[in-house]
Ligand binder design. Structure first.
Ligand code: GDP
Length: 420
């Protein structure tokens, strides 16, 4: 049986704008709820003298999971014919940001919810900013509670316009805006008759239109050298293929030095691995035609798709250090197998991970803050933008023996020449 495709999504938005209700609706409409959950929610809603509260379905779901065996993380899941959806639960922004930046969680797409009646709030903006910090590009904005504004097309367009302007400044370009009433199920599963002016898809259909990222094996080759072993007269370069595919005879470049050669042989640790190519996730040893000096920290890539090579770059970091991070301070930076001294060249913006309030021109970054920084390494290193490759676009900062920060590369610094 082929594995079903799965997509991780995160749902963000100002408190009370309808996150739980949207999720509850999706679970309900796709029949993804545990047995008895609906009855339980009916009962609780009645006891509270309220109409059926879809938001409570989430609690029922989580309760069910806690009684099960696996309770380490509550993962809400629902299914369409096309694929499985996993909702990355964000108990707090702090955990979410930390997990995303460190790679413990991976939201591939996001739903940003705005209450049509209240309009865009400060917190809606902050959530938009978070999406930009994390490089999440697959975003739909749901304009919710349309029932409260009489399903007004004019108000929908007004909010859409404001949101589009704001997000555009952050280089976040939502793929769709969908007017919904999560509570009444309008434009969730079926196209809403109350909003016949809306020509787009209802949410569930739209979700299936999110294109899944290419898998690591389909990306450009990234083979960081872990070690070089000498056997008899041969040098075997060992490592784990982090992305792409490697074949005997391939023309390769060793970066950051940019020496070129060809792959002579792929050596396998086990006989059963023997295929003519090796791809992302496999640990292999190779020999190359020109045996110039190679060492740990270099990366083998294909000529036609080399990574960024620079000593200065922009990054978004999550700071975990006991002491605040200060401009000019030096740390050790680890990016796949590269290890290099680096300096925090400048701090562009600091974001309090609890309130998501941002400060520009801050002198330091406190524990659990997120920051946009410029990092300068002692020598050139090779990497990718995080949005192009999550493995070679992610690094950690180390202070002595303490891992004090995690970061993702957001891009090169314009106007600063590489290597200068
Ligand atoms: P969250 O804090 O973002 O998770 O918001 P909830 O999902 O808990 O919703 C907050 C309140 O708004 C609840 O009382 C919901 O019933 C209500 N609500 C959510 N969606 C809608 C909607 O489409 N229309 C109306 N009228 N109320 C809604």
């Amino acid at each position: 049986v082929a594995a079903r495709e799965s997509l991780n999504i995160v749902v963000v938005g100002h408190v009370d704008h309808g996150k739980s209700t949207v999720i509850g609706r999706l679970l309900y409409d796709t029949k993804s709820l545990p047995e008895g959950a609906i009855e339980r929610v009916k009962r609780i809603s009645q006891e509270k003298g309220k109409p059926f509260e879809y938001a409570y379905l989430l609690d029922a779901f989580e309760e069910e999971q806690k009684q099960g065996i696996t309770i380490d993380t509550t993962q809400l899941q629902f299914h369409t014919e096309q694929r499985d959806y996993v909702i990355i639960d964000a108990p707090g922004h702090k955990e979410f940001l930390k997990n995303m930046i460190s790679g413990a969680a991976n939201a591939e797409a996001a739903l940003l919810i705005v209450d049509a009646n209240e309009g865009i709030q400060e917190q809606s903006k902050r959530h938009g900013y978070i999406l930009s910090l994390l490089g999440i590009q697959k975003v739909y904005v749901l304009i919710n509670k349309m029932d409260l504004i009489g399903y007004s097309e004019a108000i929908y367009h007004q909010i859409k316009k404001e949101m589009h302007e704001f997000l555009g400044n952050l280089q976040v370009y939502p793929l769709k805006y969908i007017p919904v009433s999560a509570f009444w199920g309008e434009n969730i599963t079926l196209h809403s008759e109350k909003m016949s002016w809306y020509k787009g898809e209802p949410l569930l259909t739209a979700l299936d239109l999110f294109e899944k990222d290419r898998g690591l094996e389909d990306k450009a080759l990234r083979f960081p050298i872990q070690d070089v072993y000498k056997f008899d007269h041969r040098r075997i370069i060992a490592g784990r293929i982090e992305a792409g595919t490697l074949r005997e005879g391939d023309e390769i470049v060793v970066v950051p030095g940019r020496k070129t050669t060809r792959i002579k042989t792929i050596e396998y640790w086990a006989e059963r691995d023997k295929t003519k190519h090796s791809q992302a996730g496999m640990s292999v040893g190779i020999t190359v035609e020109d045996e110039f000096f190679n060492q740990r920290g270099e990366m083998i890539v294909h000529k036609e798709d080399i990574p960024l090579i620079a000593n200065t770059f922009k990054a978004n970091i999550f700071w975990m250090g006991k002491r605040p991070l200060q401009k000019g301070q030096e740390y050790k930076l680890k990016l796949v197998t590269q290890e290099v001294e680096c300096e925090i060249y400048s701090i562009t913006k600091v974001v309090d991970a609890t309130t998501l309030a941002a400060t520009e021109d801050a002198g330091q970054v406190n524990t659990n803050d997120v920051a946009e920084v410029i990092i300068r390494t002692k020598r050139e290193i090779c990497f990718d933008e995080f949005r192009n490759n999550p493995v070679t676009g992610r690094f950690v900062l180390v202070d002595g023996y303490e891992t004090c920060g995690g970061g993702i590369v957001s891009g090169l610094v314009e106007g600063l020449k590489a290597g200068s």
